[in-house]
Design a binder for this molecule. Structure first.
Ligand code: ADP
Length: 496
């Protein structure tokens, strides 16, 4: 790769839009970020103004490129997944605000389809669940609710897309209507085995095919951004949903490699290679990335409350001033003294899958202090990871993962990283650059632009910032995990 070349990564997230300029080794040269408003028109509804997203994309990309002082050879996009945009093909104007992945307005429709016995089919084709989280029912809601939308859709006047598609459309001046296989795999309309829109799902959700984007590889010459944006026409050559981009950014490009992003919640993806493992209770199968027409798959699972448990100590209980204080508090104790926290604030995910469960703290004595609570919060995230990795491996007949690469806010906490390695009995690695999502978008764009010869070149640029090897005595580990299982049993019993 030419040393003057750099890559622009657009990371369009749920609460902010960021543009980052990286060099060929994936090093960060410049960054610009803007937060944008969330709209909550009714309880359970969440919307974004697509013009906010577009304006911030343009502003941050210009700022980042200017700050870097570099020529940008390619653009890659990583985006919040599943969020639905619907716009007019002639004017480019959205016909409605974007309906965000968190939005629950289509829960009744999902219930109805489940009652009709359609979940197994949906799961078999898409690897997902019949849940409002994914795009299809949101798109159906728009077509059924906006006056004339269905008629206009059927005569080809409207275009649907996830945020990547919307940005590609706008960046190319309305010339390209496309998405990549990772984003398509989150719509509930895409057959992840056949790698094509699934006709029977389009029928179930009543979606006219003409509004769908073309699906391409994650590294692909999508089109060029119009010259008014960055002064020259820059090719857009990489697209991926944000979690998949992070998997690529962490160079988890071989089967058995896994990444976990520890923010508010935690998303884990395990690379399963060419094999699309059938999804188990509460976990998903998804496209990790697609290159040269060949999909690589991943299993995916989420922990609802990760960093949010620490945030609760800070903002809810107000017993710590900063999330980072949890580290010294936990490290100051020899062990957890039998104090466990199950942060089931919004139910329990895989493998327990109980949306009605609520959290608990157990093992309290008069000696219990804030340090025990901080430690219990951090420990709970490690135990939840252990449970989730087991759920992700269930049925595959393999160990869950060979290595776990982590990023996100909590990955900066060394005590947590070591405890995680101990509980998982797996090496835990943290990259030198924690911006895994942006790196993934940049790598894909670099591949798509021919700046890298192949995946091995991408893997070679990943550099470890810190590594944590399991070192806890096994009997001690077993006792710790046993305490967690007991706390989970109490959580489940309490609900009953
Ligand atoms: P998000 O993108 O979901 O906002 P971030 O990746 O910025 O999340 O991480 C922030 C979360 O991580 C917060 O919930 C915070 O409580 C937690 N966090 C940040 N730093 C630490 C730390 N040093 N130790 C433990 N938790 C932390």
């Amino acid at each position: 790769m030419n040393s003057v070349d750099s890559i622009l990564a657009i990371d369009q997230g749920t609460t902010s839009t960021r543009s980052l300029v990286l060099d060929g080794e994936g090093r960060l040269l410049a960054c610009s970020q803007k937060e944008f408003p969330q709209y909550y028109p009714q309880a359970g509804w969440v919307e974004h103004d697509l013009e906010d997203i577009w304006r911030d994309t343009v502003t941050t990309m210009r700022e980042a490129v200017e700050k870097s002082g570099r020529r940008v050879a390619a653009i890659g996009i990583a985006n919040q997944r599943e969020t639905v945009a619907l716009w007019n093909r002639d004017t480019g104007e959205p016909v409605h605000p974007a309906i965000v992945w968190q939005d629950r307005r289509t829960a009744p429709l999902c219930e109805r389809l489940r009652a009709d016995g359609l979940e197994d089919l949906v799961r078999a084709r898409t690897g997902l669940l019949l849940d409002p989280y994914f795009s299809a029912t949101k798109l159906a809601w728009l077509l059924d609710t906006i006056p004339d939308a269905r008629r206009n859709a059927e005569r080809g006047a409207l275009a649907f897309g996830t945020i990547d598609s919307f940005l590609v459309w706008r960046l190319t001046g309305g010339r390209v209507h496309a998405t990549d296989a990772t984003n398509a795999s989150r719509t509930l309309l895409f057959d992840i085995t056949r790698q094509a829109w699934a006709p029977e799902l389009l029928e179930i959700f009543k979606i006219p095919e003409c509004i769908l984007p073309e699906v391409h590889d994650s590294a692909f010459p999508y089109g060029t951004a119009t010259p008014d944006l960055l002064g020259t026409a820059v090719p857009i050559t990489g697209l991926a949903g944000d979690q998949q981009a992070a998997l690529v950014g962490q160079a988890c490009l071989a089967p058995g490699m896994a990444k976990a992003t520890y923010g508010t919640g935690c998303f884990i993806l395990v690379n399963t290679g060419a094999e699309c493992v059938p999804p188990r209770a509460g976990t998903l199968s998804t496209v990790a990335y697609r290159l040269d027409g060949t999909p690589t798959y991943a299993t995916e699972g989420a922990i609802f409350v990760a960093g949010a448990a620490v945030k609760w100590l800070r903002d809810g209980l107000k017993v710590i001033a900063r999330a980072s204080e949890a580290e010294a508090l936990a490290a100051g104790l020899d062990d957890n003294c039998g104090v466990y926290m199950v942060p089931a604030f919004v139910g329990l995910g895989a493998p327990y899958w109980d949306p009605h469960a609520r959290g608990l703290i157990c093992g309290l004595t008069s000696d219990t202090s804030v340090a025990h609570l901080a430690r219990a919060a951090l420990e709970s995230v490690a135990y939840q990871t252990l449970d989730l990795l087991a759920a992700l491996a269930a049925g595959s007949g393999r160990a869950p993962a060979t290595t776990l690469r982590i990023d996100g806010g909590m990955a900066g906490n060394d005590w947590f990283c070591q405890f995680l390695a101990d509980i998982l009995e797996l090496p835990v690695e943290r990259p030198s650059l924690l911006e895994a999502t942006a790196r993934g978008a940049a790598f894909l764009a670099g591949l798509g632009a021919g700046l890298y010869p192949g995946l091995s070149a991408v893997m070679a640029t990943w550099t470890k910032g810190a590594g944590f090897a399991p070192r806890m005595e096994l009997s001690r580990r077993a006792r710790a995990v046993e305490g967690w299982r007991d706390a989970i049993a109490r959580t489940l019993a309490h609900r009953a």
